[in-house]
Design a protein around this ligand. Sequence first.
Ligand code: UDX
Length: 450
Amino acid sequence: MRITIIGCGYVGLVTGGCLAAVGHHVTCVDNDAERIRALVAGQIPIYEPHLDELIARARSEGRIEFTGNLSGAIEAAEAIFICVGTPPLDNGEADLSAIDAVARVIATESRGSKLVIEKSTVPVRTGEQLRRALEVYGRAGKAKFEVVSNPEFLREGSSVLDFLHPDRIVVGVEEPAAADKMREIYRPILERKFACPVHSGGCPQGAPPQFFVTTINSSELIKHACNSFLALKISYANQLADLCERLGADVEEVTRAMGMDPRIGPQFLNAGIGFGGFCFPKDIQAFYRLAERAGMDFMLLQEAERINKDRIDHFVEKVKRSLWVLKGKQVGVLGLAFKPNTDDIRFAPALEILRRLLAEGASVRAYDPQGMKKTQAQFPTVTYCRDPYEVAAGADAVLLLTEWPEFRELDWQRVHNQMVRPLVLDGRNLLNPRRMRDLGFEYHSIGRPD
Ligand code: UDX
């Protein structure tokens, strides 16, 4: 099928790259000329495992192209995925102006029949507004639109895997015919008929993805409901961790046992310095604002958000308890990205901690496998190191703020030898407390006995 992707951000590139990889002809459009120039030159502006090889292969097979020409891309498309950003406004609601602008162009430039799919995370009832906008802006009668909601459940760092091997594909439609067209788009994924870039030796056999058809309103709600629930789960684990610290229990033992209950499940129960990224913080806010406008006080979500913000205070307090005065101390930071396997630093808890350390007069040396370039622009006074050992050299403390697996594999004896004071504060419970103490570290983590 001929598919156009509007918006070459993270979701747009993964959607476009994966749909091209499974056999569709994809045109990706963006109004950022610099971004398009880089993409045309073969550069992928985000770090996402497997995405570059996937796009390079599709490009060499002539199945993906990048352009700034929105009108042309709309005209040629049978299906249009809207993947533009919906950043938070000052009041926490989602800014839908990019969707409105795109709707205007789709409406004026389309001829014939188009499937218009909202992939961007949007509040409930955006589909209704989108349908109305297409009618209002459209040249009456020249085009027929079917609006579909198709939320993404992609995790940064493993989004190619998530796209090609989803648990479920949710499509919200007005008419069954639109669901049939969506099933056609996703058929190679539903039937697992594609060359998988993630599992070169053959994909693991598991249950096939569920294709779940709903109304548009339900589909839009599902995305916010999932993200907010996962955020709640993390905040619950974090409160448990605080209680464990007061009562001398070990949060890892508690959450591991909880996760053995299939009704609870083991994922998203890792305590630490809290959730970040561009999805959870903004989605949870957008969701309770939406509830508020519908006349409902969704206090449970506000509380989860408050607990998450408190994680930073809690951790900085721990650092201060260990170091007493921060002014003049040399603090090493391992990890800047909001999670491993990404260079994304948006709303990263590590950055807020960095800000506090600098404000208190500490001198900071930092390392992250992917996130340093972006952090440098915001924090020019930090010293960025070539590796974790350089971070440790002369440090009064090392803080572990993103759970990159490679930090677990470090030669911690070497780290120890390089530090002025062998103090490690592990904000992600990545390391083994006993092992760290055996190596002679003063080691503190979250919700585990010191
Ligand atoms: C999330 C959803 O998982 C995904 O389905 C949705 O489409 C987009 O939002 P993402 O933002 O990429 O994905 O990251 P995710 O892996 O969910 O982690 C979010 C944050 O929570 C990270 O900062 C992570 O470190 C933190 N986290 C996660 C915890 O603190 N504890 C956990 O147990 C899990």
